[in-house]
Design a protein around this ligand. Sequence first.
Ligand code: AMP
Ligand code: MG
Length: 397
Amino acid sequence: MLELEDAITTLLANTTETAEETCPISRSNKRIASVAVAAPMAIPPFNRSPLDGYAFMATDSVGATAENPKQLRVVTTIYAGDAYEGTIRSGEAAKIMTGAPIPAGCDCVIRQEDTNYKNDVVEIYEELTAFKNFCYAGEDINTGSTIITKNEKLNAIKVGVLASVGIAKVAVYKRVRVALLCTGSELADVGEPLAAGKIYNSNRYMIEARLKDLGAEVTVLENIVDDEEAVAAALVAVADSVDIIVTTGGVSVGERDIMPAAFEKMGATQLFWKVKIQPGTPVLAAKLRNVLLIGLSGNPFASLVNFELLVRPVIAHAAHDPSLNTTTATAIMANTFPKKTTKRRFVRAIYADGRVCLPDNHSGGSLYTMSVCNGLVEIAEGTKSLVAGDRVNVILL
Ligand code: AMP
Ligand code: MG
């Protein structure tokens, strides 16, 4: 049986990182830039006014006071979007709106509220220094400067920055394509009536949602009964169009645990089967050409633990996005966990402000108590019990 770290190393060594593609910026949020981006233009593209007022030459306001105002002749009005070609001369001013280009011959702007205007003349009651209320061309972004670095994760603001310099498409890494198959003859899909002895397939929706949280492009395969031929055929059919295949169920050693045989039937090479963790010990991994196959436990909580510990690092690596990995924290136990731990164990927990609390129900089959948790406390093999005040490691999900 493999140690968790060795299983992760094996998986990462068999993970293919996604190639590049160009994508319209409107679909680039949360994607990873595959190439640095240089600004093709300056922002602002021209000297512009930050407010509504009057533009003129600061030297024309020398000596201006409330008692001794300076008068300037207003020769034009410039709105945002205008391109005024003329030059403002000494003794003149231009009425100017926020965002409009400051015309030639002006080096400052005074707020409209600080002036009086009558009959094409504006009165100024204070001295302005040169470049007062003056936004320089390029003061935000210089032409040629790097606005996106390689491997940077885009966000709404970065998308806005790209748009501000007129970039319509950006080079990013492709999303990771994942096929998901949940097997089990006992499973019914939501919306179907539940026959006696059957349960609803929760993994299919939970794992699909987690994969999408991580930015993957998910293909969900039809529910399949425990039949290795059928499973192998369904997986082979999708293998060429995905990077990773994730399955749940059928990896234990029961009679209907058909996943190892199904992977073999597909012609996949087994990488490992069983990892020294609890829950989710029987997790299975294999490789078929460039496709990585990971068979998670069927038990909903165990499948989640398998997913967070083993699938998540694979997606992060394939997607060139380390931020998708879990983070860990040390925390103080707020309550007691009285059980002896015979195998390295991951227990659901609620973490806040350096403290963790374990809920009463740890049953592998209970997904509901996990829904109020946000982490997994790691308990080392051989630990007799944990008591309040103990220091533990928490994986934050
Ligand atoms: P298995 O790993 O197939 O032996 O399944 C272990 C336990 O998890 C059994 O109680 C299954 O009924 C349950 N189980 C398996 N797959 C799912 C699923 N997709 N959704 C909900 N429960 C499941
Ligand atoms: Mg099963």
